[in-house]
Every structure is written in structure tokens, then in C-alpha cells.
Design a protein around this ligand. Sequence first.
Ligand code: TMP
Length: 211
Amino acid sequence: MFITIEGMDGSGKTTALQRVKNHLEDLNYKVVMTREPGGLPISEKLRELILNKDSQGMEPWTEALLFIAARKEHLEKVIKPYLQKGYIVISDRFMDSTTAYQGGARGLGIDYLNNLQKTILEGFLPDLTLYFELSFEDAEKRLSERHEEKNRLDEEGRKFKESVKAAFEELAKKELKRITVIDASKTPDEVFEDTKKIILEKIELWKKEKH
Ligand code: TMP
């Protein structure tokens, strides 16, 4: 089963999923967590190229195509092999990030990038996507408490980030069967409980469908 998590930086998605991974392992599931852009040497190099502040002014299409290129490598070399070995694969970001950031905020077109990626990924879609929804103010507040070095996209302004959020919301409405919205404004424990519940329900459903 392939699960992806999406949302703005600062939405708490990575923390919640790390806790869910530990919980699933306690239940004896084999789980691997990975991230985009990244996950293997070629994709990490592309990540560095895209997110480095020296790449300021990169053309939107260059940015989109590099993210998609990193994704294709990640999918073929990491995600699919683990799925074949019976793992639950959880990816911190996947195709919806390109649709929201480059399709929405960079203006390349939400439907256009969504459909283009479906073609390039040859129809391979996540079984479940969790979108962690949080207001711009709350996300910025959490980010400011982190003291991590910001990457090129973290430094984009409010207008850009509000467009990313609007694009994720539009996408979640269009892909109702695949994308579930998580209210990330709740406490970390509540967010963990909500996330765990949805994933466990999906696993049960998935087992019934497969057997
Ligand atoms: P992160 O690893 O801290 O989430 O940083 C990745 C940044 O790249 C984040 O700001 C979201 C952005 N991004 C895109 O713009 N498009 C994509 O396809 C992906 C995967 C990430």
C-alpha cells in the first residue's frame, strides 16, 4: 500500500507520520518512510539543485520538470521495489506537491500538471493521500519556532503560499476518493490519532479488497 502526505511546510505532517510508522511497526507491518524531492542519490542531487538558493529565478517549467524527474527515479527505484517486497510505503510529499506548488502557485495549471504527471507516472497513483490543512499564519508560526535553514521555496512570500494552499484544497475536492483532509491545527496528539485512524481504516479496506 502506497500512502502519501501533503501540505504546507510547518503543517506537522512529518512528525505525525513518523509516529504512525512506529505504531504500524508495533502492529508488525513492514513500513518504509521516504521523502520528495529525494529518497536516493540522483533525486537528492536534484533536490539540492532545485532547492538551493543559488537557483533563484529558475524557470517554473524547469522547476516542475526537475521535481517530476526526481519523482520518476524515486518511484521506479525506491517506491515500487518496496511495494513489491510487501512494505507499506509512506512518502512525505509526492505528485500533489508539484500540482499545488508549480501548477497552482507558479501558475502552470493545476489540471494540466495533475494530468501530465498521471501520464508520466503511467497511471501509478497513491492508494491514499493525506492532506494536512493549516492556515498560513499557523504554518509560519510553527516554522519560525524550528530554527532550520530555509530552502529556496520556504522563502517565498504569503501570496505564493496562499496559492499553494488554495491549490491543495482544489485538488482535495477533485480527488475525493484518494485525498483525505487532516485538520492540522489540532494538537500533535490529536493529529496523530486522526492520522492513525484513517490509515488503519484504509489498511483494513485494502486487505479486504486484495483478498
Ligand atoms: P521539504 O522537504 O522541506 O518539504 O522541502 C521541499 C520544498 O519543495 C517544499 O517547499 C515544497 C517544495 N516542493 C515543490 O515545490 N514541488 C514538489 O513537487 C515537491 C515534492 C516539493
